[in-house]
Every structure is written in C-alpha cells, then in structure tokens.
Design a protein around this ligand. Structure first.
Ligand SMILES: Cc1cc2nc3c(=O)[nH]c(=O)nc-3n(C[C@H](O)[C@H](O)[C@H](O)COP(=O)(O)OP(=O)(O)OC[C@H]3O[C@@H](n4cnc5c(N)ncnc54)[C@H](O)[C@@H]3O)c2cc1C
Ligand code: SF4
Length: 488
C-alpha cells in the first residue's frame, strides 16, 4: 500500500508531528489567502513563513512546499494530518477527499481525560484541572503528595519588581541569527505588500523567535539554566526597561509545534529534582504549561463555537484606531504606551502586560470581546484562535460570565503602580480617579464597576469592590467623565 503523505500545518513543525522520520513524504503549504483575509503583525508572518521554509529545508527531498492561494488547491489525497488547532482548519480537512485526520499532538492531557474531568462541573477552574493533571501525569509528585508540600506557590510568585532596579539580574536569551531563508522570506513579504495587496500591522525587525526545533531547544536549554531558577517571584511584575523579565519566551516555539510540552515540563522538574531550581519557580512554570496551556486548548474545543461570540457584559464598543493599528504615539499613559510600543516593535509582551494592561483596558472600556480576541491573535507572534479565545473571551474579558474565572480581571492604577515602575514617568496619577491627571485605569475601573454593578451583584468575590464603590462620593461623576474620556 502506498504511504500516505503527512500534511503538516504551520503549527506542527517539530519532530513529534512525524512518526516515521526516515520515510514518510511530507506536504507543507503556505496559503496566501490566510494573509489576505486578515491583517497580521509583520513579524508573525515572518516567523510562520520562515518556520515552514526551514522545516521544508530540513526534510529535503521528502518534503514538498507549496505556495498557493487556498489550502484545498494544494492538498491532494491520499494524505494524513494531525488534528489541527482551529475549527476552521478542522472543517476544511473534513471537506477534503481522502484526508485522514489523526488525534491531536502537541498537548499533554488527552481530550477524553479532559472531558471526563470537565463534564458536570459548573465552573472549569484552572486550579482543579491542574491538580488533576499533576496527579495523572505524575509531574512534581512525591507519591500521592505534591512536591514541596503544596500544590500552589502563587503566594511566593506575586512579588512586585525589586526596588530601585531597571532590570532583573538574569541574562537574556542569546540573539538568533537570520539566514538566507529569512532573507528570502523578508523579500517575499515585501513583494506580497507591494504587488499582492496584502497588508501587515506592526514593524518589521530582526527575527526574535526560533523557527527550528534546534533553535527552540537552545532557547529552552538557556532558560532552564539561567532563568527558571528565578522564574517565580517576579512572574507578575513589569519593568519598563526589562521587557523579558524571567519569562521563558517559549510560547511561540510551543505553538509552532517545535517543542513537545511534556518534555519541557519534565525537564523543568528535573532541574528541581537535581537542586538547580527552587520549587516555587518550577511549580510556577509547570503550572503555565501543564496547567494553563493545556487548559485553554481543551476549553477551546470543549466550549464549542458559540464561546467565541460570548459577550456576557454586552460590550459592543469598537477598538479605537490607535489601538487597532498599534500606534502608541497617540498614547500618554506610560504603561499603555510602553506595552503598545513593544507589541508594535516585537509582536510579544509578557503575560501580565497582556492581562493587566491591554486586557484590563479593553475590559474597562467595553470593547467587543471577539474583536479584542481577533486583535490579540493577529498582533502576537504566539497568537492562535485556540489560545486566544479562552484567554481573551474567558479569562481577560469575562465575556463567558465567569465559567473560567471567579471574578473579572479588572484593576485600577494602584495595581499597576504596585507591580511596575511605570507610574513614576506618567502624566497621570494612579491615585486620582477624577481631575485633570486622573489615571485612565483608576477612573476606568470605578466606571466599569459602576456600569456593571448589577451583573456582579450576586458574585461574592465582587462584594468588597462593590462595597467600596458604594462609599465613593463621586461615583456617578467618575462614570460620566470616563464615558467621555478621549485621552489615554
Ligand atoms: C489576553 C491574553 C492573551 C494571550 N494570548 C496568548 C497567545 O496568543 N498565545 C499564547 O501562547 N499565550 C497567550 N497568552 C498567555 C501568556 O500570556 C503567554 O503564553 C506568555 O506571555 C508567553 O510568554 P512566555 O513564553 O515567556 O511565557 P512564560 O511566562 O514563560 O510561560 C511559560 C509558557 O506557559 C504557557 N502559558 C502560560 N500562560 C498561558 C495561558 N494563559 N495560555 C496558554 N499558554 C500559557 C506558554 O506556552 C508559555 O510559553 C495570553 C494571555 C492573555 C492574558
Ligand atoms: S498612572 Fe495610570 S496610566 Fe499612568 S502608568 Fe500608572 S497606571 Fe498607567
């Protein structure tokens, strides 16, 4: 029987997406239509095309790389493909003749195990899923007990940035070097812009993220040695001059399929077992991958297509042009200006900047959740619908009415002030909710609670913030001013 070709999507590029490294022929497809339909960050387009072209070069004669308008023009059966990462791709596969779909790879918990865990629960909380996954996979377990005696070291991992420093004392990952393939990709994208009417957002720049399994492995090894030991304590902190802090910068590599997440987690545990990294940092990191990453992947499928359109708070406002177009020059708020600049220039900022600056702003301003999710998916090098939908619709925008979180991630300027060094250089004052220098996050927070008071009235975790709101003498006035705010 003739061997089926293995079709690899652009997020299935590591060795674990092939069974038979030596023989099975491989099909790789670049669909220009994908880039025509949506405006992606230029550096994201570069990363994806470069990764596909590098994989094709690695596989040599075994691989055919087709550049086409539509996938269906290039995929001729008999072909097999691992379960893709979006509903649109799954529908496409199902519509093609003689294409066999294999189970998903690139995640740790099996779909059936997630469904067994989730069915019948009113709330799917990360903490419950994560503990179950630790037990099921025997990660950071000492027999039946969690390693270090606790499941959760979040309490040790929420420190503000150290005082008086502009950067954490950890070495950044070594720079990556572009090669001829990157040069070809850059020329190709220039041509698409010039001749094909394809548009991008954000600035071009040197490639900052791995495109081969080898580059991703080198970044992982550097992280395990230099950054994992200090990953935990300042996980939630922000420093203007330290864009990376102790984060791993592995999301783009994991999401391109260059790294196997179970192997990453096991190697992090190994660092703990050999005494090279403390439990709070290792647990914090394992929680991100075995916990959060797998959890959002499964939530994407489990909640079904309607989840993408959830809008529990009836947030309907459009994204302002300066935000949609990554144009920080119109922004005065120091935190927002810096984060938006970094997105424009690199297509990446770390978790707390996404959640507590960008997501917090969108939530407070009633921006339409599906538009916000789409913006994140297009503007970030690691953005994909499966990861964006739960993170944005569920976690950051509370548009699911609280199926994934117990309360909305809304916070005023006091939080940003405590967790960053932004406010010192800002024309606004985080303590002021009214007046000429009122912080847009502080005023925005109280206005958000004021507007959605009824939606949160029955939530016991919102009782205290609503009680504080009731004691504000100027709540109506703050809400009215914030509704008119144009200066950010
Ligand atoms: C509004 C919002 C949008 C986000 N969009 C994306 C996205 O498009 N793609 C993406 O991979 N992550 C996304 N995240 C999750 C997280 O912010 C990024 O994974 C992380 O910042 C990537 O940087 P890092 O690799 O240095 O992560 P680290 O802080 O070093 O964490 C290690 C790894 O854990 C995983 N991880 C941690 N948190 C999450 C999470 N909530 N969801 C999924 N994986 C997680 C990532 O693979 C990451 O590489 C988003 C979070 C929020 C709040
Ligand atoms: S004062 Fe407000 S807007 Fe300015 S940096 Fe602080 S939180 Fe951001």
């Amino acid at each position: 029987m003739a061997t089926r070709r293995r079709w690899l999507f652009a997020d299935q590029l590591g060795p674990h997406f092939l069974d038979d490294e030596a023989r099975q022929p491989v099909l790789l497809v670049i669909s220009k239509g994908v880039f025509r339909r949506k405006v992606y960050h230029r550096q994201k387009a570069h990363l994806v095309l470069s990764a596909l072209r590098h994989r094709a070069a690695e596989l040599g004669d075994r691989a055919e790389l087709v550049v086409t308008e539509r996938y269906r023009d290039a995929v001729q059966g008999p072909v097999e493909v691992c379960h893709p990462t979006s509903r649109a791709a799954r529908d496409l596969i199902r519509s093609l003749p003689d294409v066999t779909m294999l189970p998903p790879r690139g995640y740790i918990t099996a779909p059936a195990d997630f469904v067994r865990w989730a069915d019948g629960r009113p709330r799917l909380l990360l903490e419950d899923f994560y503990r179950d996954a630790r037990r099921r996979h025997g990660i950071l377990m000492d027999a039946a007990e969690p390693a270090g005696g606790r499941w959760n070291f979040d309490g040790d991992n929420r420190e503000p940035p150290p005082r008086g420093v502009r950067a954490l004392a950890v070495p950044p990952p070594p720079d990556l070097f572009e090669d001829d393939i990157d040069g070809e990709v850059r020329a190709e994208l220039d041509r698409w812009e010039r001749e094909d009417g394809i548009r991008f957002v954000g600035r071009d720049g040197p490639r900052r993220f791995p495109v081969t399994a080898g580059e991703a492995e080198a970044r992982l090894a550097h992280f395990l040695e230099h950054r994992l030991p200090v990953f935990g304590p300042h996980e939630d902190a922000m420093l203007r001059d330290d864009p990376l802090m102790a984060h791993s910068l592995l999301s783009a590599s994991l999401n391109l399929g260059l790294l196997d997440p179970l192997a990453v987690v096991e190697r992090a545990e190994h660092e703990y077992r050999r005494g090279a990294a403390p439990i709070n940092s290792v647990e914090g990191f394992v929680r991100q991958i075995l916990g959060w990453r797998d959890y959002v992947w499964h939530c994407y499928w489990y909640f079904g297509p309607s989840f993408e359109h959830r809008d529990a708070l009836h947030a309907r406002r459009r994204l302002p042009a300066w935000f949609a177009d990554l144009d920080p020059d119109h922004v005065e708020a120091a935190c927002l200006r810096d984060v938006l600049t970094k997105v424009r220039d690199t297509g990446w900022v770390h978790h707390i900047q996404r959640l507590m600056v960008l997501g917090n702003l969108a939530l407070q301003r009633d921006w339409h959740p599906a538009d916000v999710a789409d913006w994140f998916a297009r503007c970030f090098v690691d953005g994909y619908p499966w990861v964006m939908t739960p993170n944005v619709i569920g976690m950051s925008q509370y548009a699911d009415g609280g199926r994934m979180t117990t309360k909305p991630y809304a916070a005023g300027g006091a939080y940003i002030n405590r967790m960053s060094d932004y406010c010192g250089g800002c024309p606004f004052d985080p303590k002021h909710r009214a007046g000429a220098d009122a912080c847009p996050f502080t005023g925005g927070y109280w206005a958000f609670l004021h507007r959605h008071r009824d939606a949160f009235a029955a939530n016991h975790r919102m009782r205290q913030p609503l009680a504080l709101l009731d004691r504000l003498p100027d709540a109506d006035e703050v809400a009215a001013i914030e509704a008119r705010r144009r200066n950010f």
